[in-house]
Design a protein around this ligand. Structure first.
Ligand SMILES: [Cu+2]
Length: 358
């Protein structure tokens, strides 16, 4: 009931803000809560929106003119590139699409190339890479190469290392891919909105020396949250009235999440990436795993913890490995059990099946 009330306040403030004079986008988002309406000393989303047009913009529904349904159904797939004088050249276009997270549940997403997550960039350590980014969103954006050791000018921080890429503009990033490991790329402009809205993707750098004994299964799982209400999509935030009601692994909520099939005795590597704004203690049934890399960096064998649950915080990456020693349908799920619901109904959200077969 309280949430409904708060949401009504948001809706009212949205209507009011639509009548307010336009403001130019800024690189910073100061929160001025002087004279704000307070509940138990906490400013409400509605009060912040009334007081601060920039906050109002952050809490508006995710929209863009003429948003079309996505033409792809699977996110995080390898992105093709072309070679130009020894440089691997990738092309990304930011655009809004209608993205299905679950049978019958579609969100309005801001995407790279029309999928959530965006396409996986996978290169080898030491490669020279060039990424040409065209912005077809209604808002400015930038890309941050999270964990990759790029030159400062390529770091993607608006107002610090570059000007925001305005709608219709193109910006080119170029750097040497290093070190090897599990990384990602994501928006760094109004991250509170744009990252939750879908602007994230895996960036995998393979070691120069190929692995001697690669696992049979090597999957990237990006974990995030959504707020969808009344047919509208909002950026989920850890803030009263803006909390998520859907939770996704690679842009899908259970039972729409991928089932991973593996033969008994094979080794599985899962690269867990936290890209939402909530912590997710991911628990694997049936078989313990080892944490072989943290934030892309290998953990020496003697220091590798054997676990069955690992908390993946926003921005973190954990590469976990296990041998599929027992046949059956084994579940990987978040152990904040509300995160295994779809709009408050279990089962759903952050659940995924690992099907071990003979
Ligand atoms: Cu969780």
């Amino acid at each position: 009931m309280k949430k409904v009330l708060i949401f009504s306040v948001i809706s009212l403030a949205l209507i009011l803000s639509a009548c307010a004079p336009a403001v130019t986008p800024a690189n910073t988002m100061p929160m001025n809560n002087d004279n704000s309406e307070m509940i138990n000393g906490t400013p409400t989303p509605g009060s912040m929106m009334a007081e601060n047009p920039e906050a109002a913009h952050m809490m508006e529904p995710i929209t863009a003119p003429n948003v079309q349904p996505a033409t792809e159904t699977e996110g995080g797939q390898p992105l093709e590139f072309r070679e130009e004088n020894g440089v691997k050249v990738f092309e990304l276009t930011t655009k809004a699409v209608q993205w299905e997270i679950l049978d019958g549940v579609t969100v309005t997403a801001f995407t790279y190339n029309g999928t959530v997550p965006g396409p996986m960039i996978r290169v080898t350590e030491g490669d020279q890479v060039r990424i040409v980014v065209k912005n077809e969103l209604p808002d400015p954006t930038t890309i941050h190469w999270h964990g990759v050791e790029v030159p400062n000018a390529m770091d993607g921080v608006p107002g610090v290392t570059q000007d925001p890429i305005q709608p219709g503009e193109t910006f080119t990033y170029e750097f040497i891919a290093k070190p090897a490991g599990t990384f990602m790329y994501h928006s760094h402009y109004e991250g509170d909105v744009q990252v939750g809205a879908g602007l994230y993707a895996p960036f995998i750098i393979d070691p120069k020396e190929p692995e001697e004994n690669p696992p049979a299964v090597d999957k990237v799982l990006m974990i995030s949250e959504w707020l969808q209400r009344g047919g509208q999509t909002f950026a989920a935030m850890p803030m009263s009235g803006m909390e998520p009601n859907y939770f996704t692994i690679n842009g899908k909520s259970f039972p729409a999440t991928e089932t991973i099939t593996v033969k008994k005795g094979e080794r599985v590597r899962l690269r867990l990436i936290g890209i939402g704004q909530f912590i997710h203690p991911m628990h694997l049934h049936g078989m313990p795993f080892k944490i072989v890399a943290t934030d892309g960096h290998p953990v020496p064998e003697g220091a590798q913890l054997t676990k069955d649950t690992v908390s993946v915080a926003p921005g973190e990456r954990y590469d976990i490995e296990f041998v599929a020693s027992e046949t059956g349908q084994w579940m990987l799920h978040c152990h904040i059990l509300h995160h295994t619901t779809n709009d408050n109904v279990e089962p759903g959200g952050l659940m995924l099946m690992i099907n071990v077969v003979e």
